[in-house]
Design a protein around this ligand. Structure first.
Ligand code: 0L1
Ligand code: MG
Length: 266
């Protein structure tokens, strides 16, 4: 990472601020209100400190997520480049389980294609072809994102520091070998309480979700990290994210991959 403006003390302070907001579910002002010169690299420095802090507390790193990878999401959030975040065992929830919104600030859901890798991958020039060759299988997933920023007002630097709004994720459906599918034309329909609210196809994610995973591996390289085999990787929301409230039941039906669902309670 090259463009760091924050001091080590600032990074620790912002990491603790994000950790508090994430673990006790309250909203905070976007970080650039206090640090207007903050860069994306600063955001990743805070995210890295947060990852190290959680791991030191016993959380297990299980994988990574690409975020803001579709035009729909970029437009919805007013940003122009994708981002990445880390996933831990504490964020994983079983298929068809119920999540309490009291543990979250601004919960929203999006459907994604997840990859499970069988070989190590590393940047800086990782390609979609290499990702597909290193993929064990793909499966359908719902990501529950939760921006911790007040009035839902944020910028890319703050979102990256907030670990790309990562909160929970659910994998399910029917895992398949990626080689047996065309991930670009693979369709998904998201239903909320039985009504269709979003639909799309894999190509919405950087023309091919495998491209998003390659982008993720190349950003990892900038962070001094690689993607080890056995990683669970979310490739990014195919559609815009949908807000959820207590009582909502979300189901994402994927062509070829079956469906995955999750409910919300108070
Ligand atoms: O998963 C993602 O696409 C990251 C979204 C980050 C911004 C948001 O909270 O919507
Ligand atoms: Mg996502």
């Amino acid at each position: 990472m090259k463009d760091i403006t924050l001091t080590r003390e600032d990074i620790v302070r912002l990491c603790e601020r994000i950790e508090g907001a994430q673990t006790r579910a309250y909203a905070i002002p976007k970080l650039t209100d206090e640090y207007p010169a903050m860069t994306m690299d600063d955001g990743y420095a805070v995210q890295t400190a947060l990852r190290q802090r959680f791991i030191a507390q016993g959380h297990k790193l299980v994988g990574w997520k690409a975020g803001l990878t579709s035009k729909a999401k970029m437009k919805q959030m007013g940003v122009e480049v994708p981002s990445i975040g880390f996933l831990t065992d504490k964020m994983a929830v079983p298929e068809n389980s119920t999540i309490s919104v009291s543990e979250l600030v601004h919960p929203r859901v999006e459907c994604e294609i997840a990859f499970v890798t069988s070989q190590d991958l590393e940047g800086p020039n990782c390609t979609a072809e290499q990702v597909l060759a290193a993929t064990d299988y793909v499966l359908p997933a719902i990501e529950i994102i939760d921006s911790r920023f007040q009035k839902f007002s944020f910028d890319l630097q703050s979102v990256i520091a907030d670990n790309g709004s990562s909160a929970r994720f659910v994998g399910g459906g029917r895992p398949r070998y990626a080689a047996d599918l065309d991930l670009r034309t693979l369709g998904v329909v998201m239903e909320k309480n039985g009504e269709i609210v979003e639909m799309g196809a894999g190509a919405a994610v950087m023309n091919n979700p495998a491209e998003a995973v390659a982008m993720l591996v190349n950003i990892l390289h900038q962070l001094g990290e690689t993607l080890p085999k056995g990683s669970f990787v979310m490739s990014g929301g195919i559609t815009a994210a949908i807000a959820v409230a207590p009582g909502d039941y979300i189901s994402a039906r994927f062509q070829e991959l079956g469906s995955v669902s999750v409910s919300f309670t108070a």
